[in-house]
Design a protein. Sequence first.
Length: 329
Amino acid sequence: MRKYGILVSAFLLVMVQGNVSAQPVLFATTGSGQGFPIKTMRLVTNEAGAGSDVATRLIAQGLAASLGQAAIVENRGGSSLIPTQIVMNAPPDGHTLYSATTNLWILPLLQTVPYDTLRDFSPITLAVSSPNVIAVHPSVSVHSVKELIALAKAKPGELSYGSGSAGASTQLAAELFKHMAGVNILHVPYRGAAPALNAVVAGQVQLIVISARSVMPFSKSGGLRALAVASAQPSALAPGLPTAAAAGLPGYESGLVNGILAPARTPLAVVDRLNAEIVRNLQSPDVKDKLFNASLEVVGSSPREFTAKIKSEIALWGKVIKDAGIRQQ
């Protein structure tokens, strides 16, 4: 079973003195990546406030410091199509980047959009991730994923899970769980992930699959019972929890991700230069600590690995969406 991964950012202006006296030479060598960058860089993103906001700010700071140019994180709220169109229509020179979540390649599976992810963007790196956690209300008499699956099979259609709106990551993660476990669990949609989480805590629905950052405070207080973390390996973001695979559902993974992309046709040398600088910055102990405190784990993939991830997710979530009959309202 292919793997899953599922995020956004805010404002930042990092000013670093750049040397622009040799601009004619820089313009002549940008295609090789040696003269890049020659002007201010923009990291365009969606709304502020999510955990990936921290990642985008740190990436911008790292690029500004290592490349010697200003780096601006440009927040574009409202429709997720706004930053998408800004970046895909920008000059393909590496100076305008997209800090995007899984929504970039899942949205075309749910509705008609004016772009194709792999045609219109050049993946640079899958920067960070945050695994989901499978959790139930304490009144549910299960203490493992294996027990949850057994209960759901014994009482088809009697358990329910909460999620955000149609096509939200919380719905997709739960539907993947249902598909892989072969169980019938009722879907109850809410107006966002937070109301869905509150509904589980209140006992209005029994199950949710949502980020570790959202679940673990309730798990510690007893408001929820966390069963497993949906990552390939145990995660320090969900201490003490087994993986879903070890707990009874081999191959199940889901979570939040944030990656950096450039417009299509950006020179390969520029993509490679950006990848090297971003990954190097993400791997520094100080940056890792700051990201961990924001409930994020460093990935730092190559462009090829990020492209392969997008392709696999399009195939995986396309099937989940089709099988579950999910449509955005």
